[in-house]
Design a protein around this ligand. Structure first.
Ligand code: C2E
Ligand code: CA
Ligand code: CA
Length: 844
């Protein structure tokens, strides 16, 4: 068995170096001499039948080569060692030389090896066989079958000599032809010693098994040929299947969503499928890169050149200086890419020489090109859709003239910020509304086009002045708005907004040149901050508009929103009509709950119900915006009933779920002037089956200043039912102490203003401290309102205040969220309470 590495040895004979020609000549002469000398030394010739059988045997051994992949190398495996050992046992060693040489020559030619190379290999064979024959001759002549151990040894040595000789000659030729160093070649062959070794082993085994006979030999070529055909067939089927699998995977991989990815995949796949030297894809269809290349098998060279904007559109000349369009004609290695009959480019493979693709592979190339065309078409179509969708989305949110956010997107982003802000306490959101003065005059004097240009210039100025955390929008006409969502922590949102208004006015003060005319721009700016109580973006915008109008009317550049000058918010009649309607539904007026927290244990001591109005048009309104109007109308009774009913029905739900916490409901002074209140409260408590002591009614000190008789009666009535009473906003009235002396209450709520100033103002601190002490002396619960920081919490706890309420713990929350929170809080703190005695028992 000999191994011929396949490789770049298919050189054109004319290019062989002279030294190689000399070597070939020398080896040919040596081979011929070896043949002649062998025949002369051997004497009696074998019969012509035996001679032909031997030749056929060697031809088969050399010609029926099998391609194998071995350690990453592709090799041809031949069987000459085996043939040599058998032949040495069958005929005189001298005759083996010409028989082997002729056989190898025929075998090589039959396998399609170039004549010069076949001749060289035959001569090599002759030289090797002669040396092997000499070894056999020297050690006692032809071994007789069955071969003795010494005979086997002789055969082994002879084959070794043969292998060394032939390998060296091949190495020499390769070294001269391919500049493969002999050392490298020997290393390469040496690494595969197993193949010749197993050939030798086969030969020796055959000898031991007494196979060598001319009858068998005659059988070898047809049997080998048959086996070879079967092998080749199976191999072809296997290759075919694998290549179709690879093809299917490659076309599948073409399904990408953008054209460059399709092209990259196509280049990579074409390299894998057809193994060309390089792949080129050139496109000339609008929307695709013009020139796209080129992948080489090392895989490093995949690149896409040409940009969309360089593209010649259909029917347009290519930009000057650019290569002309690639020719779109198909040949052996080129396929035109078409979509719906339209030619969009080409796919071309490059090979060193023609004839590298068989018929099947050419068909496969056509199919691949079709798949590529379709994939490119899909990718472009998808790209256009995506662009359209992006454009639509952009247009929906932006003002076409200036590119700024439009009213809709300002409302949406503002509402989101407000929602988040109210969830966490109070939103630090403010809004500026800016309206250019005398814009109409400008438009009328210098024309609409110049007016548009002016608006764009103003938009630019404002955009440059806007900072992070600010959204600039054009609301239409000459109206712009700036939404400010991240004011500095140390400055109230409204003050910061006023600062920004001054800065925007300053940014517009330098004249703007439009159509050669320098125009000085003035604007009126309305400033508003979101109230703590709750407000939707639409309402904030309306208020900013009111402020802006106030600025214009007063001839000032900037005005802050003032509720008392807001006709919209003081339009009580409209508001009350809407409220009457809201009371007949159950989804406009809703309660939020704010827990009061035990400062010692962190557990909930109760919750306060706070009313919110989800106004269908004005957005979210806090009690500050409508309760005072309600209090001055006849709606106060149904409103209070609505709130009490909502709170008690929620408590009934809680009872079912296993939660019982006192709930505080706020009353107005007007409620306490209504003698029917106690009966109504009692009726509602009965209706919902709630123990009266679970309900806390919060009243303010202002009741001191009104008709005391009725109030005395109403409060006595409420006490008689068994509900608890709390004084709200304690410390703000004129006669707090008198109040406590007069009315028996269960709870005092320290007003949040004192809690807020406690750290800075000794007076505030004194009021809080004395309220806590007074409460303790009178046996009342004291709840501090508006606790916003941990320092406040700690100070209050140190004073002995029993409970606190405020953003530091929780903001007012929707009922469902508050319920979840209360369950968690209760479970966490109950667990602690239960473990305490348990631990005590252990220690005892
Ligand atoms: P209030 O009874 O003093 O309620 C506490 C107010 O302080 C609530 O404002 C609450 O959201 C807010 N607050 C809570 N924690 C903090 C904090 O840490 N810092 C600050 N700065 N504020 C905090 P809200 O909900 O706007 O209520 C305002 C007032 O409206 C209430 O003052 C109460 O007097 C009245 N009110 C609320 N709901 C009702 C109701 O159903 N009926 C009546 N008649 N009045 C109500
Ligand atoms: Ca209250
Ligand atoms: Ca209060």
């Amino acid at each position: 068995m000999s191994v011929t590495p396949t490789g770049p040895n298919a050189q054109n004979p004319r290019h062989l170096p002279v030294s190689l020609w000399l070597l070939i000549a020398a080896v040919l002469i040596a081979g011929l001499s070896a043949c002649i000398a062998g025949m002369a030394a051997a004497g009696r010739a074998p019969g012509s039948a035996a001679f032909l059988a031997g030749v056929g045997f060697f031809a088969a051994a050399q010609g029926v080569r099998i391609k194998v992949s071995f350690r990453g190398d592709r090799l041809h495996v031949t069987w000459t060692e085996t043939a040599l050992i058998i032949a040495l046992c069958l005929m005189s060693p001298g005759w083996v030389v010409p028989v082997a040489a002729v056989g190898v020559l025929l075998g090589e030619l039959a396998a399609g090896v170039a004549p010069i190379k076949s001749l060289y290999n035959a001569a090599t064979m002759a030289v090797g066989a002669a040396l092997a024959g000499t070894v056999v001759h020297v050690f006692g002549g032809r071994p007789v079958v069955p071969v003795s151990w010494s005979g086997l040894l002789v055969l082994l040595v002879a084959t070794a000599v043969f292998l060394v000789a032939t390998t060296s000659l091949v190495a020499a030729a390769l070294a001269l032809a391919d500049r493969v160093s002999p050392a490298a070649f020997v290393r390469r062959v040496g690494a595969r010693w197993l193949l010749p070794a197993s050939g030798v082993a086969c030969g020796l085994l055959a000898v031991l098994l007494r196979v060598p006979s001319f009858h068998y030999l005659a059988l070898v070529p047809p049997v080998l040929w048959l086996l070879y055909e079967v092998y080749r067939d199976r191999r072809r089927v296997g290759l075919e299947r694998r290549s179709w699998q690879a093809f299917a995977a490659a076309t599948h991989d073409l399904n990408r969503l953008d054209a460059p990815a399709v092209i990259e995949s196509a280049v990579r796949s074409a390299l894998r499928l057809f193994a060309p030297d390089s792949v080129e894809i050139a496109l000339l269809h609008a929307g695709l890169p013009t020139q796209v290349h080129i992948g080489r098998p090392d895989g490093q060279d995949i690149r896409v050149t040409g940009r969309r904007d360089e593209l010649p559109r259909r029917g347009e000349d290519p930009p000057p200086g650019r290569a002309s369009e690639p020719e779109l004609t198909a040949d052996e290695y080129t396929r035109v890419l078409t979509v719906d009959g339209e030619r969009i480019g080409r796919l071309r493979l490059e090979f060193g020489s023609p004839g590298q693709l068989g018929e099947r592979e050419q068909l496969r190339l056509s199919a691949f090109a079709d798949a590529l065309g379709a994939a490119l078409h899909n990718a472009t179509a998808h790209g256009r859709l995506r662009e359209m969708a992006d454009k639509k989305a952009y247009e929906a949110d932006h003002d076409p003239l200036t590119g700024l956010a439009n009213r809709g997107s300002l409302l949406a982003s503002g509402d989101e910020r407000l929602r988040d802000g109210y969830r966490d306490g109070s939103p630090q959101v403010s809004l500026l509304l800016l309206d250019l003065d005398h814009f109409k005059d400008v438009n009328d004097t210098i024309g609409h086009a110049a007016g548009d240009e002016l608006l764009r210039a103003v938009a630019n100025r404002l955009a440059n002045a806007a900072g992070p955390g600010e959204t600039l929008a054009r609301l239409g006409g000459d109206e712009f708005a700036l939404l400010i969502t991240e004011p500095p922590v140390d400055r109230p949102a409204i003050e910061h907004a006023a600062d920004r208004a001054r800065e925007l006015a300053a940014a517009l003060s330098t004249p703007i040149e439009i159509a050669g005319v320098a125009l000085s721009i003035e604007a009126s700016i309305g400033v508003v901050a979101a109230p703590d109580s709750g407000c939707a973006m639409a309402e904030l915008l309306r208020r900013a508009d009111v402020a802006m109008y106030q600025a214009k009317k007063g001839g000032r550049p900037i005005a802050r929103y003032a509720a008392d000058r807001d006709a919209g918010s003081t339009d009580r009649l409209a508001l009350l009509a809407e409220l009457r309607e809201a009371l007949s539904t159950d989804d406009q007026l809703v309660l939020e709950l704010q827990p009061a927290i035990d400062l010692a244990t962190g557990g909930p001591v109760g919750v306060e119900a706070l009313i919110r109005w989800r106004h269908p048009r004005r957005g979210r309104l806090g009690p500050g915006e409508f309760v005072s109007a309600v209090e001055q109308s006849d709606l106060i009774r149904p409103f209070t009933r609505y709130v009490l009913n909502s709170a008690l029905s929620m408590m009934a739900d809680w009872a079912v779920e296993g939660l019982d916490l006192p709930v505080a409901v706020n009353l107005s002074v007007r409620n306490l002037l209504d003698r029917r209140l106690p009966a109504e409260v009692a009726e509602l408590l009965r209706l919902h089956d709630i123990p009266p002591s679970q309900l806390i009614l919060e009243i303010t000190e202002t009741v001191m200043m009104t008709e005391l008789d009725i109030i005395d009666d109403v409060l006595a009535g409420l006490r008689a039912i068994g509900v608890q009473l709390a004084v709200d906003d304690f410390g703000t009235g004129y006669s707090s102490l008198t109040f406590l002396a007069r009315f028996a209450v269960d709870e005092v709520k320290v007003d949040q203003a004192f809690v807020a100033q406690m750290a800075d103002s000794p007076e505030a601190e004194a009021i809080v401290r004395s309220t806590v002490e007074l409460g303790r002396a009178l046996g009342l619960r004291v709840i501090a309102e508006g606790v916003e920081t941990d320092d406040q919490r700690a100070a209050l706890a140190a004073m002995g205040c029993s409970a606190g309420q405020g953003y530091h713990f929780y903001p007012p929350m929707e009922i469902s969220q508050a319920t979840r929170t209360l369950f968690e809080l209760r479970d966490a703190t109950t667990a602690e309470v239960i473990t305490l005695p348990h631990r005590a028992t252990h220690e005892a």
